[in-house]
Design a protein around this ligand. Structure first.
Ligand code: DUC
Ligand code: ZN
Ligand code: ZN
Length: 474
């Protein structure tokens, strides 16, 4: 267990364990041809000469970039009274094969549970299974005085972000007072509050109205959660952070309306941040209308929006208004989980897979000229490391950083199909989508764990990552 704060540049004279040769190194700030030397799990030398007889990986024709960081996954989840298909082993192997070397997973407090017990539960899920490094955000569903006090101690344990839901009454939804308390405690202890920003009561009202009218198909999931449901809560969450005088991070922002609220807040000088997720860049609400109940595969929350919203999100990524693209990986099977809602969309577990597809899908934005190569690296690796207290240990290629490296073949072509995925799912949200540009090899702290898109590591070698406290930008 190493804190992310122990960044310690390695002297260049150190003997190298491995050299990555002939590649083009890409970071968030630049692109250069250079060989990389790795010693003791860290990047020890960039450029210059290396002895010819050292173990080496040939990266000719490839980009050498920092491992992806996905700050939004739900592995081994029991949300929606359902056991997810992916546990920490299958989920992190899938992540690794997709070029991700760190996930920050949501460690969920059960009602009445102490945070210490919630963390112990997540440790038992991850400890001997994680194939890549991992950290936790804690989900708070039940705030009492003891939990409030405990919350203040989490940053000492390297858990420096708390998540609260403004939707799902009766399950995860908290009230504004709870959100205010969490913001206050986060401000004091050096943590960042993340919110699922939807007006839960408005969504439930519309949802129940549709069902009462006999409108029970998956498509009505999207219609019951229009953009205003999201933008109202986004504005409210930001306002509450502003009232407390602290920062806030909105998870899975999906649409122009909510983005307007974020931009307005930034203009007022609020340290308000947001991510979007891969699915909001590629799927629309029309996907929920696919026949034969296929639309259920695309029931996630907030719902997919419109092509116009997608354009706005891409622009916000390119303009760096949004911090990152996460996967929000939820592994509810089509057969066995989603089909519980065959006659009532309210019973469909919300969420879709994507931890493996995230980098290859976002990279298509580079091919299409929507984002640059350096912006790609910033969005999928560097910025998430910075926001969530892992930089420069993670998220970049620099002397002293962990040698979490992806060798990216920009010419490799692939048509996404579930049968080629490494997760435990029975569908991919991007089935049939042709992509160009794939992770070929992946190193975790200097050890090769993926070769030619095949996992060759050992589950359990991923380490818990103690993250640094959040430092507000203003
Ligand atoms: N929110 C998430 O972040 N993940 C899955 C479901 C949800 O509503
Ligand atoms: Zn959510
Ligand atoms: Zn989520």
């Amino acid at each position: 267990m190493r804190p992310s704060g122990d960044f310690n540049p390695t002297p260049q004279e150190q003997p190298m364990d491995l050299v990555v040769r002939n590649g083009t190194v890409v970071t968030a700030s630049g692109v250069s041809k250079a060989d990389l030397g790795i010693a003791d799990g860290r990047i020890a030398q960039i450029g210059g000469d290396f002895a010819r007889d050292l173990p080496a990986i040939d990266a000719a024709g490839c980009f050498v970039m920092p491992g992806g960081i996905d700050v939004h996954t739900h592995l081994d989840s029991t949300d929606f009274n359902t056991q997810s298909a992916d546990n920490f082993e299958t989920g992190t192997i899938a992540a690794a094969c997709g070029g991700t070397t760190t996930v920050i997973d949501f460690c969920a407090q059960a009602h009445g549970q102490s945070l210490a017990d919630a963390i112990a539960n997540w440790d038992s899920k991850a400890g001997d299974k994680a194939a890549i490094d991992y950290g936790y955000h804690i989900i708070i569903v039940d705030m009492n005085d003891a939990v409030f006090e405990e919350l203040g101690t989490l940053p000492e344990k390297g858990i420096t972000s708390f998540k609260l839901f403004m939707a799902y009454r009766g399950m995860n939804m908290i009230d504004d007072v709870t959100l205010l308390k969490a913001l206050d405690q986060a401000k004091r202890s050096g943590a960042l509050v993340m919110v699922h920003a939807e007006n839960g009561d408005a969504a439930d009202y519309l949802r129940d109205k549709f069902v009462a009218e006999g409108k029970t198909e998956p498509y009505y999931h999207a219609l019951s959660r229009p953009s205003r449901v999201e933008s109202e809560a986004t504005a409210r969450a930001i306002a509450l952070a502003e009232i407390v005088g602290t920062s806030i991070y909105v998870v899975h922002l999906t649409c122009a309306d909510a983005l307007d609220e974020l931009i307005r807040a930034k203009r007022r000088g609020v340290d308000a941040m947001a991510e979007t997720c891969t699915q909001y860049l590629y799927l629309t609400k029309e996907d929920l209308a696919r026949p034969d109940f296929e639309g259920a595969k695309f029931v996630f929350t907030p719902p997919a929006r419109t092509v116009e919203d997608q354009e706005v999100l891409w622009d916000a990524l390119a303009n760096r208004v949004l911090e990152t693209v996460s996967s929000d990986h939820c592994s509810w099977l089509f057969k066995g989980h989603k089909d519980k809602g065959k006659d009532d969309f309210r019973k469909i577990p919300n969420g879709a897979p994507g931890v493996e597809e995230r980098l290859m899908m976002v990279y298509q934005g580079v091919n299409e000229g929507r984002i640059s190569l350096t912006e790609f690296v910033d969005l999928v690796a560097t910025r998430p490391a910075q926001v969530f207290g892992m930089f420069p240990k993670k998220g970049t290629i620099a002397v002293g950083s962990d040698a979490d490296i992806v060798i990216w073949d920009p010419e490799a072509e692939f048509t996404i199909t579930q049968s080629a995925m490494n997760n435990a799912m029975d569908y991919s949200s991007y089935e049939g989508h042709a992509v160009k540009g794939l992770p070929r090899d992946v190193l975790l702290r200097g050890k090769q764990i993926v070769r030619d898109r095949e996992y060759i590591g050992t589950p359990g070698e991923g380490e818990f990552l103690r993250r640094d406290r959040y430092v507000p930008r203003n």
